[in-house]
Design a protein around this ligand. Structure first.
Ligand code: AMO
Length: 446
């Protein structure tokens, strides 16, 4: 028995005995010869078997060959199996220039004959059967790209002595606002909230003297919207650093981080992404352009679009227009929109004493917000004032406010949605396509 090899290794192996494991993609059962396309996590290979059909005249036949032919005839799409056979290099084989002549087949688990989805099924139907949908090459690539992105980000941070933290997702108070909050019964009469962000605890790490921290973890938002960018559970990429002079120090770290991560993706998967997603990965140049919000609003107004938002924030169409302007003027897919009005930012954003504007930004990528960053207000009296001004009860924030009563350095950080970054990088239309299992208002299963 040969040891299992991966399909992508076959091209480098000499002709001879091999074993490959995977699932059946197609079966072509011809009278004289049978072909099976077998796929594993690295590629697909053609299996071939000269068919032995029952003789009509009752002549003696090789029982094993008959049984093998019958097994292959009965193979269903999706069946997982191991094949032992003879590898043969043959340039005429379109699929990779190799094929395996089947010696023995060992079915691990047979699939039911009717596959419930096809490649052109609706997104909702594909999500019902996500494990089958994920067998597509494109979908497999999404998660290999995701792995490279996260690995490159971790490497960037670890090389710079950041500490990785895992903050609790069960909380006694909301982590952002009271909006979009999931609450649940917690032993007796207590209420727990699901963390909307690691905001409180990544700031706590600053008071703990950790200096630079990061976390890649789930965040929860009871957001009832059905847009292409919102989920009720998503992976949030967060970082927080001490001793910043302004949000600019945070932006600098984030743009370097994205530069490193996207470079890694292009280097490792650029060609395959181009083949399967028909999109060229552009490594962003440094620094990314910056645009104060007031100027961004003017740019939108000059395009003739009337932003329906009355609070001065940019609506999604305005964000698209700002990005289009930046792409045209500076040839850049990213832009930091900075200096948001205090009224449209959380209480914990630091404000510029002269302008009253927050030391914060939103990062737009190809017209969509992927991140919010800011310097934080670290003076507890000012924090209390700003929280009260926003109508928040200090009692509920008591533990958070305590973090800043016993010494804390000036600090800042950002939160970034992993799925939004992936969606835009790969030119996909919805975060559902790049989320392993999407969670939304009407989607709790599988
Ligand atoms: P914010 O609320 O802007 O900021 O969220 C940061 C980023 O998280 C992603 N995101 C989402 N992704 C999918 N579905 C959602 N419902 C969803 N909500 C947010 C977006 C967004 O830009 N604590 C601050 C960050 C900070 O200041 O450090 C925060 O959570 O990509």
């Amino acid at each position: 028995m040969s040891e299992r090899v991966l399909v992508q290794q076959l091209k480098d192996l000499p002709d001879g005995p091999v074993a490959v494991s995977g699932w059946v993609e197609t079966v072509r059962d011809q009278k004289k010869v049978q072909f099976v396309i077998l796929r594993d996590e690295t590629g697909a290979v053609q299996l071939v078997n000269p068919a032995t059909r029952p003789a009509e005249d009752g002549a003696d036949q090789d029982a094993e060959a008959l049984a093998l032919t019958e097994t292959i005839s009965n193979l269903t799409t999706g069946t997982f199996l191991t094949v032992q056979g003879q590898l043969k290099h043959d340039e005429r084989v379109k699929l990779g220039g190799v094929e395996i002549k089947v010696g023995a087949l060992d079915v691990a688990a047979a699939a039911e004959p009717e596959t419930p989805i096809a490649a052109d099924s609706s997104m909702d139907k594909r999500m019902d059967w996500r494990f089958i949908d994920l067998r597509q090459r494109r979908n497999n690539l999404v998660f290999r790209v995701q792995t490279t992105l996260e690995h490159a980000m971790r490497s960037y941070w670890v090389e710079r002595d950041f500490i990785e933290i895992h903050t609790p997702k069960l909380m006694s108070s909301p982590s952002e606002s009271r909006a979009e909050l999931f609450s649940l019964d917690y032993f007796g009469d207590q209420t727990a909230y699901l963390a909307q962000s690691p905001q409180h605890f990544k700031q706590m790490a600053q008071s703990a003297g950790f200096g630079k921290v990061f976390e890649i973890a789930d965040a929860f938002r009871a957001d009832p919207s059905f847009t292409s960018r919102h989920a009720t559970e998503f992976t949030s990429i967060d970082a927080e650093i001490s001793w910043v002079d302004s949000h600019e120090d945070v932006a600098k770290m984030q743009e370097e981080l994205l530069h490193a991560a996207i470079s890694a993706v292009k280097e490792k998967h650029g060609a395959e992404i181009e083949e399967l997603f028909d999109i060229e990965i552009t490594v962003p140049t440094l620094p990314f352009p910056r645009l104060p919000l007031a100027q961004a609003r003017d740019i939108v107004a000059e395009t003739g679009y009337e932003n329906p938002r009355t609070d001065g924030d940019l609506d999604p169409e305005s964000e698209r227009r700002v990005s289009a302007y930046v792409e045209e003027q500076f040839g850049h897919q990213f832009v930091f929109v900075t200096e948001y009005d205090a009224g449209i930012r959380p209480f914990y954003h630091k404000r510029d004493p002269e302008t009253g504007l927050t030391k914060s930004y939103d990062l737009l990528f190809k017209g969509v917000e992927i991140s919010t960053g800011a310097q934080r207000e670290h003076r507890v009296e000012v924090l209390e004032e700003q929280a009260t001004e926003k109508g928040l009860e200090l009692e509920g924030l008591a533990h958070y406010l305590d973090f800043f009563r016993y010494g804390t350095p000036p600090h800042g950080g950002f939160g970034m949605g992993l799925a939004r970054l992936l969606m835009l990088l790969l030119g996909e239309q919805s975060i559902r396509e790049v989320t392993f299992l999407f969670r939304g208002p009407t989607r709790l299963a599988p």
